[in-house]
Write a protein that binds this ligand. Structure first.
Ligand SMILES: *Cc1c(COP(=O)(O)O)cnc(C)c1O
Length: 379
């Protein structure tokens, strides 16, 4: 017998009502029934994105929405600024370069957040910059960037602000309109508690100005087609009907809970995990930039981080994430977004303590769990 728990930054656990919604008989998409659901879902997404802009639903993982942003905004030969503070910032560069877009890359040390002034400086140095690509929560490092400050810098320039909110949306605050985010992309399998398979992209009217002139080749991800269809509450191709029906349920639940409460729940979980890590003597990789969606901590010197993650998963059924690329084996990442509650956290930390002990790490057994429980009693 084995009971499994998922504490990874995507996919995240599915609430039972999501599984129930996905088990319903399929319906056809060119019907009034589906049209009503599509309308509710699009409105629900606007609520969660905190925007009045159109939000398009794509049948893709989050990266498909990232690619949609690049190919719909840009032409080969354009120049953009990219904030690379981890693996997902690097993905923006890779997609842009695949489309022959010139990248002015701001390299930020992993675990740190970009200095908004640096964006201002580079924008000032090149008035031809078309777009600035950023990441709300850099899932590979656990760090969050100050999108509000970046938005203030970009709003009065010709450039558009593009935000990868794939792991942040529905977990940490992102005010798309109030913070002047022209394009926000997200995906289904993180804060939104769904299986992978949906990508989302919101587009401001400023950004639509670029879409009109962008020359990067595109067909499936063409937002002009998507816009024409959405204006008639329709989709250009067969949508991922089942996932959209489940998404509609998630969005209703988020609306019922209220975004403010959703964010404060994530904050509580984030504080608890960070406090527990520190109590165990583990250093937070992103320090004071740590997000409330995922926490990354350094693996103690001399311990094999990959073995730690593997033992938690294969021996005890608790899946957390390790480090990626340059941080492989050196980080543990515990996600606390979506369908996660305080006792999921207690369980994860308890398992971490057990395996750390087995691997010979010295600390006071129970100190992480105690620290987390104290946070939960207080907040
Ligand atoms: C997960 C993630 C992605 C990639 O999304 P996929 O759904 O795997 O394509 C991109 N950016 C961030 C910040 C992520 O957390």
């Amino acid at each position: 017998m084995r009971k499994n728990y998922l504490l990874t930054p995507g996919p995240t656990p599915l609430p039972p009502y999501v599984c129930e919604a996905m088990s319903r008989p399929i319906i056809h998409h060119r019907t009034p029934q589906f049209q009503a659901i599509l309308k509710e879902t699009t409105d629900g997404l606007r609520y969660v994105f905190q925007t009045k802009n159109d939000v398009f639903i794509l049948a893709s993982s989050g990266t498909g929405a990232m690619e949609a942003a690049v190919v719909n905004l840009l032409s080969p030969g354009d120049t953009v600024i990219i904030v690379e503070a981890g693996k997902f910032g690097e993905r923006w560069t890779e997609i842009c370069r695949a489309n022959n877009v010139n990248c002015d890359v701001i390299k930020v040390e992993w675990g740190h957040a970009v200095e908004p002034k640096e964006i201002e400086r580079r924008l000032g140095a090149n008035p031809k910059i078309k777009a600035v690509f950023t990441t709300l929560c850099e899932t590979s490092t656990g760090a969050k960037s100050d999108i509000e400050a970046i938005g203030k810098i970009i709003k009065d320039t010709p450039a558009v602000l593009v935000v990868d909110a794939i792991s942040g949306l529905g977990a940490v605050d992102l005010k798309t309109d109030a913070w002047f985010c022209d394009v926000v992309v997200s995906g289904s399998q993180k804060g939104l508690m769904l299986p992978p398979g949906l990508g989302f992209i919101s587009v401001s009217s400023k950004a639509f100005g670029l879409v009109e002139n962008a020359k990067c080749p595109r067909y499936y991800l063409d937002l002009k087609k998507a816009k024409k269809a959405l204006d008639k509450t329709d989709t250009p191709f067969t949508p991922a009907i089942t996932l959209i029906i489940a998404l509609n349920e998630v969005l209703k639940m988020l609306k019922e809970d209220g975004l403010e409460n959703v964010f404060s729940r994530h904050k509580k979980l984030g504080v608890a995990v960070r406090t527990a890590m520190k109590a165990l003597g583990l250093e937070l990789f992103a320090g004071s930039n740590s997000s409330d969606a995922v926490t990354a901590a350094n693996v103690p010197a001399g311990l094999d981080g990959e073995k730690l993650v593997k033992t938690m998963r294969d021996t005890y059924g608790i899946t957390i994430a390790g480090g990626q690329d340059e941080m492989k084996g050196k980080l543990i990442r515990i996600a606390h977004m979506g369908f996660i509650e305080e006792f999921d956290i207690i369980l994860g930390i308890s398992c971490l303590e057990k395996v750390l002990t087995q691997m010979g790490y010295k600390f006071e057994l129970g100190s992480g769990v105690k620290a987390a429980e104290e946070v939960f009693l207080r907040v």
